[in-house]
Design a protein. Structure first.
Length: 523
């Protein structure tokens, strides 16, 4: 009976099904092998050379709606198909591509203008003393007693954990794309998809002025470092970038822009002011970021390097470096003084939407569409830590930057009265005639200590915003979650921290912005 069944299985033609499955598996394996070889193919990165190569092999040099990155992917696919068809000749094609790749790996320079050369010199003269001062301060901080460091951390993090919702304000008729505090922390700038930039008094949230000059959604706003401080209100105090491809420069006394910086070929997403206030950077969907001279309104640098849209850009505090993040999931750090690429931030698997330098000058935080925040160290040129931060896109990351100006407005603990004002009961004992001077010296030392602690606070924590509707506060030394703040929106588009440590602002997709404040300072 068993043999009959076996004969039946052999003779009834079922082997055809087995053969078909084998052929299908072979096709799948061949396709996987082709893709594996395609990944190893070296093809030109220059778009003109990609077009020339496509023309050589008889393919259209471009298709409707095809971008440079898509065109290069098509070339890789076509070459892999040719290699699969040629079989033994495949290595010849690879060798030719490898020769082209070796040419591409050679460092090359694009000619720059005399204005760019002069700007690089000024940037070097500006950044080197600041870097020297920062390193000197870090050496002082490194000698701080461990007990004092622990006490400072406990005090700062206790304040951070007290943040709660102070209020919410409808900011515009379309989503609020970005919020940024002014340097004196008395105003908040909001940019919205309606194309309007607005100024608000904080914490009262009263409207000051609407600035209209963009014809499409505003992606980013940035304050001049000395705006509302020493900068004249009639001078350049604010910049914004929008979907109309323009970067607008604003004063504080006009609802129309002082100047319009034109040059981008696609939507401008984020903008940033250089710490000197003389230059600005803009990130765009045209796969570039650009450096502008604010005083002359001229474009100094068009920087390529990303294979897809550039979404975020930010300057280091020293003014020597700038970081850019793109939808290619790659971040890059550039040396403004030389034009060289200082570091590649390769680790995210989705687009980078936000990038921020720590005040310490050597650490960078990036927020991406893979719901994580990565911390990078420029000294070791690698990723230090990956934080599973949000349940959806991380839209913004901001370190706390303390300012010397804000120090004078921070609350001080009461000082003990000196002996000369304590009353007759507290008369000094014999031989203690210098007690009053000693008390005054102690008071002065206490303020110095407070000032040092205030400086140490800078960069000790940071905030993040996510499309899960949450704002989160994190410690910046062990990367632990300190506080989670919920908003009244499904998507938080932006977040910012005031330099006096008193306020946190968030801009949301449902057209409003919220203010948060530590509970013990709320009225």
């Amino acid at each position: 009976m068993s043999e009959l069944t076996l004969d039946t299985l052999i003779d009834d033609g079922n082997y055809l099904g087995t053969e078909r499955a084998r052929l299908e598996n072979k096709v799948i394996l061949d396709e996987l092998e082709r893709k594996k070889k395609a990944r190893s193919l070296a093809v030109p990165t220059d778009d003109n050379r990609v077009k020339a190569r496509l023309r050589e092999i008889g393919e259209p040099i471009t298709l409707f709606g095809e971008r440079a990155a898509d065109r290069r992917d098509r070339l890789i696919y076509v070459l892999s198909q040719i290699n699969a068809a040629r079989g033994d000749d495949a290595m010849a094609v690879d060798e030719e591509s490898e020769e082209e790749s070796s040419d591409e790996e050679e460092e090359f320079y694009s000619p720059g203008s005399l204005e760019l050369l002069q700007a690089r010199r000024r940037l070097a003269e500006y950044s080197l003393p600041r870097a020297q001062k920062r390193i000197a301060q870090q050496r002082i901080d490194s000698k701080m007693p461990l007990k004092r460091i622990i006490d400072t951390r406990k005090k700062v993090f206790a304040e951070v954990k007290k943040f709660s919702n102070l209020g919410s304000q409808i900011g515009d008729e379309r989503p609020i794309s970005q919020v940024r505090f002014s340097p004196n922390n008395e105003m908040l700038a909001t940019g919205s998809w309606s194309g309007t930039v607005k100024l608000w008094n904080v914490p009262s949230c009263t409207h000051i002025r609407s600035m209209r000059g963009h014809s499409d959604r505003v992606g980013g706003v940035a304050w001049h470092p000395q705006a509302t401080l020493t900068q004249s209100p009639d001078a350049a105090n604010l910049i914004s970038g929008a979907g109309d491809k323009n970067v607008n420069v604003w004063s504080l006394n006009s609802e129309t822009p002082l100047s319009v910086l034109k040059g981008h070929a696609d939507r401008v997403c984020r903008v940033a002011f250089h710490p000197s206030g003389d230059y600005a950077a803009s990130a765009s969907f045209d796969t570039t970021w650009r450096l502008w001279d604010i005083n002359t309104s001229k474009e100094l640098l068009l920087q390529e390097g990303h294979s897809k849209e550039v979404y975020s850009v930010e300057f280091q505090n020293d003014g020597a470096l700038v970081a850019s993040g793109g939808l290619d999931a790659i971040g890059r750090v550039w040396d403004l003084r030389t034009g060289r690429s200082a570091m590649v931030l390769d680790g995210h698997v989705q687009a980078i939407y936000s990038i921020a330098f720590s005040p310490n000058g050597y650490q960078i935080a990036t927020g991406a569409g893979d719901d994580t925040i990565r911390i990078w160290d420029m000294r070791s040129l690698q990723s230090l830590y990956t934080i599973p931060a949000h349940l959806s896109n991380v839209s913004d990351v901001r370190f706390f930057h303390s300012s010397d100006l804000a120090f004078q407005y921070t609350p001080r603990p009461p000082q003990p009265p000196s002996n000369d004002t304590a009353g007759a009961d507290a008369a000094p004992a014999d031989g203690d005639s210098g007690a009053a001077d000693t008390a005054m010296d102690t008071s002065g030392d206490s303020e110095d200590v407070q000032r040092e602690d205030w400086a140490y606070r800078s960069g000790l924590y940071f905030a993040s915003a996510g499309y899960d509707g949450l704002v989160k506060l994190w410690s910046a030394d062990d990367w632990q979650l300190l506080r989670t703040l919920s908003t009244d929106a499904g998507k938080v588009m932006s977040v910012d921290l005031s330099s006096d440590a008193r306020l946190l602002a968030s801009g949301t997709y449902n057209r409003n912005f919220q203010l948060f404040e530590p509970e013990d300072t709320m009225l």
